[in-house]
Design a protein around this ligand. Sequence first.
Ligand SMILES: [Zn+2]
Ligand SMILES: [Zn+2]
Ligand SMILES: [Zn+2]
Ligand SMILES: [Zn+2]
Ligand SMILES: [Zn+2]
Ligand SMILES: [Zn+2]
Length: 302
Amino acid sequence: MALLVRNQDDYVIHNLEEDGSSDEELGHGDEVEETFDPVCSLCDNGGVLLCCEGRCMRSFHSGEEGEADSDCVTLGLTRDEIQAMRSFKCPNCEYKIHQCFSCGELGSSDEQLGAQVFQCDKATCGYFYHPNCVARRLHRHNEDAATELKERIRAGESFDCPLHVCYVCRQPEDVADPNLQMAVCRRCPKAYHRRCLPRRIAFGDNGVEGRVQRAWEGLYVNRILIYCMRHEIDEFLGTPLRDHIKFPGDGYGSDSAIVVDISSGAPECSMDESSISRDMSSLNMEVAPPKTMLAEKLEDDK
Ligand SMILES: [Zn+2]
Ligand SMILES: [Zn+2]
Ligand SMILES: [Zn+2]
Ligand SMILES: [Zn+2]
Ligand SMILES: [Zn+2]
Ligand SMILES: [Zn+2]
């Protein structure tokens, strides 16, 4: 049962199997909300998403069905390909090779074969890290503590990654208190409470010339999506360049190769023409950059 989830507002689950059995296995929408990312890992927009049922908990625009209104590269899968899957696992989860969320490099996450990257212990966090990378971030000013933690993680000890404490005040998240909800960077393990968010990470330009939007509400439940100051915002995309996702090998093979175009501002997707034309009626041919889409989304939620 490959899962498609439609944006964060309603979490409609499109069960692609006929018998409907997966509804029960899945339980209620709330669980989906907690387990699956309502934002595509490739383009950071919502919409109809294909959810990985592996360890990463990420979601992706599949390439199927009316999704071309975001200029996402997508996974380049057709509806037939998705339907043929019992369940969807992204190439990283399939091959047990995940990216370190700190340095971006791929490493084996296979404990049996000797893992190089290890997953954060928080149940809702799908990020992996090299022991050294995460230990250095958790102990920014204490080399000895970092080295010790690195060894412990390497030996299999669990850890919570830096996304679960505020970078400024070092206190944890509290979703019940809007001021203590987390603003979480989409591209690196850095998080701030709403009240601790640096002014430059703004929800709009705030009338300051040259300031770009770096924070969005309404994409996550009880969380804020941000791009921290480390990442330059591409003017056209309204997001940092989308060169951040690495899949091992050739993805799904030659027919539906995953095209993650690093250099171009207008990435190609490998959807064939028939699947594009199917959606022409519903498609606004003026492809809006995500900046605009996200802004509209924000307006809607007010
Ligand atoms: Zn996408
Ligand atoms: Zn995955
Ligand atoms: Zn790393
Ligand atoms: Zn984490
Ligand atoms: Zn804080
Ligand atoms: Zn960041």
